[in-house]
Write a protein that binds this ligand. Sequence first.
Ligand code: NAP
Length: 288
Amino acid sequence: MAKVAFLGLGVMGYPMARHLAAKGHEVTVYNRTAEKADKWVSENGGRAARTPREAAQGQEIVFACVGNDDDLRQVTIGEDGAFHGMDKGAIFVDHTTASAEVARELYAAAKTKGFAFVDAPVSGGQAGAENGVLTVMCGGDADAYAKAEPAIMSFARACRLMGETGAGQLTKMINQICIAGLVQGLAEGIHFGKRAGLDIEAVLDVISKGAAGSWQMENRGKTMNQGKFDFGFAVDWMRKDLSIVLNEARKSGASVPVTALVDQFYADIQKMGGNRWDTSSLIARLEK
Ligand code: NAP
């Protein structure tokens, strides 16, 4: 069992840290809104620190799961950031969905200070975090990854080193590219079927068993048909992720025209007031 800290007790971080404590790790938590950290400690034991720096001191592994690149910089290299308190030989594992660029920047900063940085974005959503069955995609040095993997598996069902620093974030970008186009296709199919007057539940039931079947069809098809969009990953977060993807594609020269278009469709959803709707809400702009 390890001495660890967890920075960022949001929708994802709160249950991830809980799984670490439940597995017997000694957990110190930090959250910007301190009440959440105090509540976490009252439920799970451990200790709350008042700054990321204080949380990081004396730990073997420091986990983080905050919002975006700037938030991550703030809790690492910012004033009272964790990087000012990390022990030599320790490992910083970042679960934020962020750019490959910030991962490389923080990896280099960590290296000069004598500790390791692993980018480790997750997939599986709130339910995956609550149930401890996330998929984790990592980038960084093999020895640091090997040391961190057993602790990460406290809240994951799959975890893999994808390559050098940034490779975890690049893998997560591919995950989001694959979701974006697929959800739009599913939305168009359901919309088309409704206009044709078919029984959509029957249609989904039969075609999900064939080549058109997907996780999205299985888990979101019926609720999209019913106009229910309250199932986790918010449109605002998806736009943040797609902007990371589009920046990366601009740099690498990759062609992602459907992803760019779907990003604009999500902007339409935001204009409709759907910032907190989940990503399956693409159908709403076809039906309005
Ligand atoms: P969330 O509920 O909004 O939580 C964000 C956490 O980060 C909160 O603890 C927040 O503190 C903290 N934070 C944000 N900015 C900060 C800053 N500048 N300084 C210090 N702390 C800061 O978000 P979430 O849903 O847990 O998502 C976290 C990350 O996981 C995001 O990168 C997201 O894209 C990714 N992700 C989310 C899902 C999902 O389904 N939700 C799935 C996969 C990946 P406060 O409590 O003080 O606001």
